[in-house]
Ligand binder design. Structure first.
Ligand code: GLV
Ligand code: MN
Ligand code: MN
Length: 492
C-alpha cells in the first residue's frame, strides 16, 4: 500500500476541495498518519535530508526562475546579463556546498570537490543554466540544483572530504541554442566538440559568440576555447538529472525514470527569397510570394513527418522502410520571420527554422534529404529562390548501461525509502528532448535520470515538478554518490 503520510510520500495526493470524507475515516487516517510519524523517528527517514534536498532546493529553483532578461517571463540566453547574474548565484550555492568554484572560458560554472585519491578520474554531474524564451523553471535548473544539494548533504555529514574520486558539478552556459541557434555551446566545448569556427557565429543583432565572450571579459580566442576541453582520461563519467518534459512517468505513476537514449537532431534554417511588391497592385498570378512558398514548405514538412513511409517508400529513395521505423520522428518549425513585415507588402524574404528529431540517425538523415528535395522542387515551381543552412546536428546517444543500472538502483532505493511500498521497476525511457549529455557522450560515458512533470508540459511557464519529486531526484544523486563515490555506503 502506498503510504499517505503527507510530506514524506512520493505518492501524496491532495483530496479534491469539496470532497466529503466521513469523519470516522478522517479519524482513522489521522491515527494512521500519527502512527507512521511515530514510526518514522527511527526508520531512517532522518537520513532523507528534506531540508536541503527538498525545501532549500525548491527555494533555489524559484530564486533562479526570477532571474530573467525579460519582463514577465523567463528567458536567459548564452552570457546575457541574466545568465551572468544566475551564474553568480550558482557559484554562491556551490561554495555553500563546500565546492571550489571557477568559470571557464565558455562561461560554464564549475564546482569541484577533490578526492583522497588524487589520481582518480572525476565524476561530472551537470545540466544547463540557460533557458528557452518564456521558459519553465525546472528545465536545466533542476539538474544543477539537485547536484549541488546532494553534495551539500555530503558536506553536512562530513563525507565530502573523504571522496574516492573527485566530483564536479557543471552548470553549462548554453544548451538551448536560443541565441546562436547552435545548441550545447558550453558542454560541446568541454567535450572538445565545438570547432573554433563556431566562435564566429552571429546572433540576431550581428554579435558573434567571440564578441559576447569578450564583452564578458573572456578571451574569446581559438586558444581559450581549447583550454575548456577536458581530457577524456581524467573523467570517469557524466550524469544528469533532468525534468522528463513528456507525459510518460506521470502516466505510469512513477516519480523517476532512467534514460536509455536520446534522439538525434538536425536544425536547419530555410531562407526563401521572392519578389517584394505592392499588396494592392501585383496580380495573384504574377507574384513570387516568399510567404506563401514558406507556408507550402512548412505544411509539406508536417505531412512528411506524419507519414514518412508514404513519401519515402513511394519514391523508393531510401530502400524499404519497415512500418515500425521512424520511431520518435518529430519535426517542428518554431521560428519564422518575414521582410519587410508590413500588411500591405508582399514579403520579399521569409526565413524559418526547422528542427527534425528521430531515434534512428538513418531515419533522420532520410527525412532531411527528402525535405531538402521537396524544398528545392517547391521553390522552383513557385519561382522563388531557397537556401537551406545546416545549423546543428547531433547524433542519437545511447546511455551507458552500467551507469544507467547504478542510477536505477539508486532510484529504486529512493522510491522505496520515501514511499515504503514495494516499488515496481523504475521505468526506462527514451528522450526526444536534447540534453548536455549528448555533447558529453563524446567525452565520457553518460547516464541520465528523468523526473516526472505535470501533464508532460515543458518549454512553457506551466512546467511543474512537485516538491517531493525534486526531493526524490536529490536523494537519487545522494544514493548514487554514497554508493559509488563516497566509499561509505548509505543503508538501502
Ligand atoms: C532542448 O531542450 C531541446 O531538446 O531542444
Ligand atoms: Mn534542458
Ligand atoms: Mn530545454
Amino acid at each position: 500500500m502506498a503510504v499517505v503520510s503527507g510530506k514524506s510520500s512520493l505518492f501524496y495526493s491532495v483530496p479534491a476541495k469539496n470532497a466529503s470524507v466521513p469523519s470516522l475515516s478522517i479519524a482513522l487516517i489521522l491515527l494512521l498518519v500519527a502512527g507512521l510519524e511515530a514510526e518514522s523517528v527511527d526508520d531512517g527517514r532522518n537520513q532523507l535530508f528534506a531540508g536541503i534536498l527538498r525545501d532549500e532546493a525548491v527555494e533555489r529553483i524559484n530564486q533562479l526562475a526570477k532571474i530573467s532578461d525579460a519582463d514577465g517571463y523567463l528567458e536567459r540566453t548564452f552570457l546575457s546579463s541574466a545568465s551572468v547574474k544566475a551564474a553568480q548565484l550558482i557559484i554562491e550555492w556551490m561554495r555553500d556546498a563546500g565546492l571550489r568554484t571557477w568559470v571557464d572560458q565558455m562561461g560554464n560554472v564549475h564546482g569541484r570537490s577533490e578526492a583522497l585519491n588524487t589520481t582518480a578520474e572525476t565524476l561530472l554531474i551537470g545540466s544547463h543554466a540557460d533557458t528557452v524564451v518564456d521558459a519553465g523553471k525546472f528545465d536545466g535548473s533542476l539538474g544543477i540544483i539537485c547536484a549541488i544539494s546532494a553534495l551539500k548533504v555530503l558536506k553536512t555529514n562530513g563525507k565530502l572530504h573523504k571522496l574516492s574520486r573527485p566530483v564536479e558539478v557543471i552548470a553549462f552556459s548554453d544548451e538551448e541554442g536560443v541565441r546562436f541557434q547552435s545548441t550545447f555551446l558550453g558542454s560541446a566545448a568541454i567535450a572538445g566538440q565545438l570547432p573554433a569556427s563556431a566562435l564566429r557565429t552571429s546572433d540576431k543583432n550581428g554579435a558573434t559568440i567571440q564578441d559576447v565572450l569578450k564583452e564578458n571579459s573572456f578571451e574569446g580566442s581559438d586558444a581559450s576555447l581549447l583550454q575548456v576541453k577536458y581530457d577524456p582520461e581524467s573523467v570517469w563519467g557524466y550524469i544528469e538529472v533532468h525534468i522528463e518534459q513528456g507525459p510518460v512517468l506521470e502516466s505510469l505513476g512513477s516519480p523517476l525514470g532512467i534514460v536509455k537514449g536520446i534522439a538525434g537532431q538536425t536544425r536547419l534554417k530555410v531562407k526563401v527569397s521572392g519578389s517584394q511588391g505592392h499588396a494592392g497592385t501585383v496580380p495573384m498570378l504574377m507574384r513570387q510570394d516568399s510567404m506563401v512558398a514558406a507556408a507550402e514548405l512548412i505544411v509539406n514538412l508536417e505531412s512528411l513527418c506524419k507519414y514518412p513511409d508514404r513519401a519515402l517508400t513511394y519514391k523508393e529513395q531510401c530502400g524499404s522502410y519497415k512500418k515500425e521505423s521512424f520511431s520518435g520522428l518529430v519535426c517542428t518549425v518554431g521560428e519564422i520571420s518575414s521582410w519587410p513585415g508590413a500588411s500591405n507588402v508582399i514579403p520579399g524574404q521569409v526565413n524559418f527554422t526547422v528542427d527534425i528529431r528521430a531515434m534512428d540517425d538513418d531515419d533522420r538523415g532520410a527525412i532531411v534529404t527528402e525535405f531538402s528535395r521537396q524544398v528545392y522542387q517547391i521553390c522552383d515551381n513557385r519561382m522563388v529562390n531557397c537556401t537551406i543552412e545546416h545549423k546543428h546536428t547531433a547524433e542519437a546517444v545511447h546511455c551507458d548501461s552500467e551507469l544507467s543500472q547504478q542510477l536505477k538502483q539508486a532510484a529504486h532505493s529512493t522510491v522505496k525509502k520515501m514511499s515504503r511500498k514495494i516499488q515496481d521497476e523504475v521505468p526506462v525511457l527514451m528522450s526526444g528532448a536534447g540534453h548536455d549529455a549528448m555533447a558529453m557522450s563524446h567525452l565520457t560515458k553518460v547516464g541520465m535520470l528523468f523526473v516526472r512533470c505535470r501533464g508532460g508540459v515543458s518549454h512553457s511557464p506551466d512546467e511543474y515538478v512537485s516538491d517531493n519529486d525534486v526531493w526524490a531526484a536529490g536523494l537519487v544523486l545522494l544514493h548514487f554518490l554514497d554508493q559509488h563515490v563516497s566509499g561509505d555506503c548509505m543503508s538501502s
